[in-house]
Design a protein. Structure first.
Length: 278
């Protein structure tokens, strides 16, 4: 175990860059996307980024990802950093939180020409609860046809990187040691439905049919490490390509902090994802 893990205050104390543009995909203040554009000629390789915060707006919003979004911009990537209504906000929960994530993702395609974004190979990167949503976005084509979340032509995600994610909502709801608690899952998936997990929990959508990378800190005190190993095992059993990347001496904050071993690994994976044959 490391002597000292980074805290959220450590990250927030750093100088904060600003995005190049912000677009709205709905009327709510949280229905926004920050656009980070690199120098150089378009079309730009584009990362769709999803913040965490236990699916709760009062814990985190898209600004939590400003530091890594800026780092990717400096490295030559465009970043489409989405926000969404959390379960603690009017209209959030089921189906609102999921519908927001889907609408924000699809808005990338709508605004691609304006910002010079390459939609032919979009890599999704999500942290914590955002790891769940990033994987879920990749699984949208497999949503049950009866689900109100199903759409005819969802944005295609080519590769997903989950940073300390919570992909299995059923396991999260049964794990009191996860840092988000168990009660939030019921608010997220809704109640009174025959099976609230069939269109919300990623393992129910397997196989996703896209490569999946999980980057997890072995010293993460918020997300139990078994949540990554268990999910990867289920993805493999379903025939998906999923790889777990364990980073030693790393907690939850390091995963979205530039100049850490965890973020260096994620940048390596992003570069490799774009280098894959289409």
């Amino acid at each position: 175990m490391p002597h000292s893990l980074l805290t959220w205050d450590d990250l927030a104390s750093r100088a904060r860059a600003v995005p190049d543009a912000t677009i709205a995909y709905g009327a709510d203040a949280m229905q926004k996307v920050d656009v980070w554009l690199p120098k150089g000629k378009a079309p730009h390789r584009t990362v769709l980024m999803v913040h965490g915060g236990c699916w709760q707006t009062t814990i985190a919003d898209r600004r939590l990802m400003d530091w890594v979004a800026d780092d990717l911009r400096r490295a030559g990537y465009a970043v489409w950093n989405i926000d969404y209504r959390g379960v603690d906000r009017a209209g959030g929960g089921y189906p609102g939180t999921f519908a927001d994530a889907a609408a924000a993702a699809d808005a990338l395609r709508t605004h691609a020409a304006r910002f010079g974004l390459d939609t032919s190979r979009v890599v999704a990167v999500g942290h914590s609860a955002g790891g769940h949503l990033a994987l879920w976005l990749a699984g949208r084509p497999r949503l049950p046809a009866t689900s109100p979340l199903a759409t005819r032509d969802p944005l295609r995600i080519a590769h997903v990187i989950s940073l300390g994610g919570l992909p299995d909502l059923e396991a999260t709801a049964a794990s009191p040691d996860n840092g988000c608690g168990t009660g939030v899952v019921a608010k997220l998936v809704g109640t009174g439905r025959p099976d609230p997990y069939d269109d919300t929990s990623v393992p129910r959508l397997l196989p996703l049919g896209v490569p999946q990378e999980l980057v997890n800190g072995r010293a993460d005190r918020i997300i139990p490490f078994r949540m990554a190993t268990d999910y990867v095992a289920r993805a493999h059993a379903a025939g998906d390509h999923a790889t777990l990347h364990e980073v030693r001496d790393t907690g939850h904050v390091e995963l979205v902090t530039p100049d850490t071993a965890a973020w260096a690994e994620t940048k390596r994976l992003i570069a490799a994802a774009f280098a894959r044959r289409k």
